[in-house]
Design a protein around this ligand. Structure first.
Ligand code: ADP
Ligand code: GLC
Length: 460
């Protein structure tokens, strides 16, 4: 597998979670699996070995000289492609030379496949490694090393990297690649399109999302190519790493609890309220709505802006952990400042706090405009924190009336309606408790999804 992030080494969202656990699940079922990610600044080399020095990654007449480090994690070998000039930086994305950074990752992966780990299948993830198939098929068509190697591209999102055609030489390609049936996308050269065209199989991280992206409404312009390949596009739901996300064993939370004994959850709520400086005794019985999220347009925060005042008037306590776009950070910062008696926003990235919110909140809010799978709603189920979600993609696939609250149309009023229903339901402790227990009993472990990936590898 090759990707831009893998927990615990580098993570900005669910992609990192998946790359941190699926490989081990495969390995446990006898699939030999290794993972390649860049050696980002956050990747610690403690316990790692340098396994290759001076890997030449050739892009148009010049090369990037990389070292490769490796480390075991949950029984799986992780390779870190090291080129400090490209990867030793703050932030995984958003650099002006991202095209080159991730082209080197995509091509360097083939170097690792040649020298260190010979796979039958290259399993790629999102645009960051979407060039690997086009390099494989056009640079090395008759290379015996890669004979029979097949590629799978998994779509966790339809984010893309697009460059002007004049810049193609920077990523080792040229004008000949700028064809409508290859990389051309509305006048730019698209990494994602290259992957969608050249990978042997495609998958998306939920069946719902796999269907939605074939439509004009959600396909972001790729619906044509995606629907033309619908026979080779499978939806496979992500699973949860219950070794990491389980209130019975979680080391980050104030008290452990289970569906049989929920008493610890109230302690977690009290600890969370206290951490944020609320007068615990006064607010402990008021419903606590939590959020852990990238603050990106995808996540639906525009809807909260639409209903800002009505939202703040609801009888609830609201705690948000998030980081991302400035416009949303300032919105939540203002919300806290104007409504300190019931709102706290922690703007940053903090894994332990993410766990504490899952455990301490009563309700988890996720009003996404679109959601390829979503992991936080699945974590919420396990922690008995009932999700209020927009019925889209993986959220629609995983939340139902017995375990949470959904709204369909993408409007602030609909969000408000679903949240009000949840708050009303909270007033009936027996009904609420029954829903919590049902939610906590839902099984979204990796078992089934791992089998589905193995079946897909088998087809390849
Ligand atoms: P996405 O990958 O689109 O961001 P997911 O729900 O699939 O959404 O996964 C998000 C993951 O990132 C979860 O593990 C969540 O706990 C974590 N996460 C998101 N934002 C933060 C944050 N600010 N601090 C800590 N963890 C976060
Ligand atoms: C993406 C999606 C999210 C998904 C995650 C892992 O970041 O936004 O819905 O859960 O990838 O597949």
């Amino acid at each position: 597998m090759a990707a831009s992030e893998a927990a615990p080494f580098a993570k900005t969202g669910g992609l990192g979670d998946v790359l941190g656990v699926l490989p081990a699940q495969l390995q446990q079922r006898g699939i030999e699996c290794a993972v390649v990610i860049p050696r980002h600044r956050s990747v610690s080399l403690t316990g790692a070995r340098k396994v290759f020095e001076g890997l030449h990654v050739w892009l148009s007449g010049g090369f990037y000289l990389c070292d490769v480090w490796s480390r075991e994690h949950s029984g799986v070998t992780y390779y870190f492609l090291d080129h400090p000039g490209l990867y030793d930086r703050d932030g995984l994305y958003g650099h002006p030379d991202d095209a080159v950074r991730y082209a080197v990752l995509s091509l360097g992966t083939l170097g690792i496949a040649r020298h260190l780990f010979r796979p039958d299948v290259l399993h790629l993830h999102d645009w960051h490694t979407a060039l690997t198939p086009i390099y494989l098929k056009t640079f090395f068509p008759n290379d015996p090393t890669f004979e029979g190697v097949k590629t799978l591209l998994t779509l966790h999102n339809l984010y893309d990297c697009r460059i002007a055609p004049e810049r193609l030489p920077e990523i080792g390609l040229d004008r000949r690649y700028f064809r409508t049936d290859w990389m051309e996308f509305h006048g730019s050269a698209s990494f994602l399109k290259a992957g969608l065209v050249f990978a042997d199989q495609l998958s998306a991280v939920s069946p719902g999302y796999a269907r939605e992206i074939q439509t004009a409404e959600s396909g972001e312009g790729y619906q044509g190519i995606l629907s033309s390949r619908s026979d080779q596009l499978t939806g496979i739901l992500n699973g949860v790493d219950y070794a990491e996300w389980n209130p019975e064993t979680d080391r980050h939370i104030a008290a452990n609890y289970s569906a049989k004994d929920l008493s610890g959850k109230r302690k977690c709520k009290a600890a969370l309220l206290e951490r944020f400086g609320f007068p615990v005794d006064d607010v402990i019985d008021r419903p606590l709505v939590g959020v852990v999220s990238r603050l990106a347009e995808q996540k639906g925060w525009e809807l909260v802006r639409e209903i800002f005042h009505e939202f703040c008037a609801l009888d609830m306590t609201f705690i948000l952990l998030g980081s991302g776009e400035y416009r949303y950070e300032t919105m939540f910062w203002h919300m806290e400042n104007f409504h300190r008696q019931k709102v706290r926003a922690f703007l940053g990235f903090d894994n332990a706090l993410a766990h504490q919110i899952e455990a301490g909140a009563d309700i988890f809010l996720m009003p996404s405009r679109y959601e390829p799978c979503g992991l936080n709603q699945l974590y919420s189920l396990k922690y008995g924190t009932l999700p209020v979600v927009r019925a889209t993609g993986g959220l629609d696939d995983t939340i139902d009336e017995e375990t949470g609250f959904k709204f369909k149309g993408y409007t602030g009023q609909n969000l408000l309606g679903a949240l009000r229903t949840a708050l009303q339901r909270y007033e009936s402790p027996t009904v609420w408790r029954e829903m919590m227990v049902t939610a906590m009993g839902r099984d979204y472990s990796w078992n089934r999804s791992t089998d589905e990936y193995i079946a897909l590898y088998g087809r390849l």
